[in-house]
Design a protein around this ligand. Structure first.
Ligand SMILES: *Cc1c(COP(=O)(O)O)cnc(C)c1O
Length: 447
């Protein structure tokens, strides 16, 4: 499979280049040149298949040209060592729980898949041209959840070292222990600054010629094709489980969205022939996409802080992919594209007050504990489902990841899962650095 850039001004890339580079030379996002339709027989057979096998079929569709079949199967099976069950919440609303992975948030699948795919390319012996040593170094700046998913996804993968940069004192203790206690090939760098300083350090590192001669650098950003495409597995599996219950005839899929990578993978699934009737993108108070749906104008703005902070995004990166997909790579007018998008996707936007109200109402009426992100999805279905439709929303994080907030809103003492407690018992190891690039560079030049 070849990959082109959404900006249309970069050379076509193969999978390995798209994964290692992340962004194209023209700062565009990579898109697969073809999206193959899956055979009807496969779609019909899915309800009797297990998650890993459904996912392997989907993965072959995207990566089968580039990765040897047995290796791809290993990557998929190893990535999906946990389930993503569909759980009934009300008569016509089901939660797709994406939080049973190592860090209890949905980014685990993408991070684990990318780590294993990169590991495969390294083993194939096709290493980067400019590296002076064989190791590939992944730099990732985080305000919390991305760092933990990437660090755990890459933990122990040979030939790769991960540096997680995070703002000192500004991530929650639960999040911090998920990437500072791992050791091995994971180094946590505690930056005396804010998240934007961490991101600036990573960007400067990618642009520094001397540093890039010294070591092979790459990013595990969520725009990476190896991180976002595997998320399509969830939607095939969810469809299969709902179909087995006889509830898939008018299925509405609702995705709490921030950078829009997760919903974008669902839309790719739809293009591959997954019979989902329509989609809802549920947002917190960050309403740029919602406004685009209403007006046809995309007007990015600064993000606002909300209770559902992993969705605090004012200029979602993957919007470019959605536009490119429905404009058929710019073959259609903006109006025609907008029309196609609004025919398939609707939106919702909720304030912190509405999120809290929804969490309380859902808990008291059903006993189900929503996290603030999932709450946006649940509410959007409650407000938008039509007679005959059945809705599935993604529960993108375990509510215990936001224990202080959830306890406070619901007046409960939510139990922390054993996996999360285990991180909290580990010993914190971190390197403290200033926010000056000179310090960060000197540190990396010594590695
Ligand atoms: C990252 C994240 C989201 C948003 O996902 P996108 O793919 O960026 O739209 C939603 N919920 C949680 C818990 C997340 O960590």
């Amino acid at each position: 499979m070849k990959y082109y850039s959404t900006n249309g001004n970069a050379p076509i890339a193969d999978l390995q280049k798209a994964v290692v580079k992340g962004l194209a030379e023209d700062r565009g996002l990579y898109m697969p040149e073809e999206i193959y339709t899956l055979p009807k027989a496969f779609v019909n057979d899915m309800p009797g298949m297990k998650f890993q096998d459904i996912a392997y079929n989907v993965a072959q569709n995207f990566f089968g040209d580039d990765v040897d079949g047995d290796a791809l199967q290993d990557i998929v099976y190893d990535t999906l060592s946990f389930d993503c069950p569909v759980v009934k919440v009300t008569e016509n609303i089901y939660a797709l729980e994406l939080f049973h992975g190592p860090t209890l948030a949905f980014k685990d699948v993408g991070a684990r898949f990318m780590a294993r795919l990169l590991g495969y390319f390294l083993r194939m012996g096709s290493r980067g041209e400019t590296a002076t040593n064989g190791t590939v170094n992944v730099l990732v700046a985080t305000s919390g959840d991305t760092g933990s998913a990437v660090a755990n996804g890459f933990l122990g993968v040979e030939g790769i070292h991960v540096y997680v940069l995070y703002p000192k004192g500004k991530v929650s203790p639960i999040q911090e222990c998920q990437f500072t206690t791992l050791g091995k090939n994971i180094t946590a760098i505690e930056v005396d600054g804010v998240f934007d300083d961490c991101q600036a350090l990573v960007k400067s590192a990618f642009m520094d010629e001397e540093l890039n001669k010294h070591m092979k650098l790459t990013s595990a950003n969520s725009i990476n094709v190896a991180r976002f495409l595997p998320q399509a597995f969830y939607y095939f599996n969810a469809y299969a489980r709902m179909k087995a219950l006889g509830l898939a005839d008018e299925l509405v899929m609702c995705v709490p969205s921030g950078n829009f990578g997760n919903i974008c993978s669902a839309l790719f699934g739809h293009e591959m022939g997954l019979p989902i009737k329509r989609f809802i993108a549920a947002n917190n108070a960050n309403d740029v996409f919602y406004n685009y749906l209403q007006t046809g104008k995309y007007e990015p703005k600064a993000s606002v802080q909300t209770l559902a902070n992993a969705m605090d995004v004012g200029d979602p990166s993957n919007f470019a992919r959605i536009l490119n997909l429905y404009s058929k790579n710019n073959a259609l007018t903006p109006e025609a594209t907008h029309h196609r998008i609004t025919n398939l996707i609707s939106g919702a936007t909720y304030s912190d007050e509405q999120i809290k109200e929804t969490m309380r109402q859902c808990y008291s009426e059903t006993g189900y504990i929503l996290d603030p992100h999932g709450a946006c999805g649940f509410r959007a279905l409650q407000e938008n489902l039509k007679p005959g439709e059945v809705g599935v929303f993604c529960e993108t994080a375990h509510p215990a990841k936001f224990k202080e907030k959830v306890d406070d809103i619901l007046g409960i003492d939510i139990e922390i899962p054993a996996r999360l407690r285990a991180f909290m018992e580990g010993e914190k190891q971190s390197v403290e650095l200033s926010k000056d690039f000179a310090d960060f560079k000197a540190y990396l030049m010594n590695q």
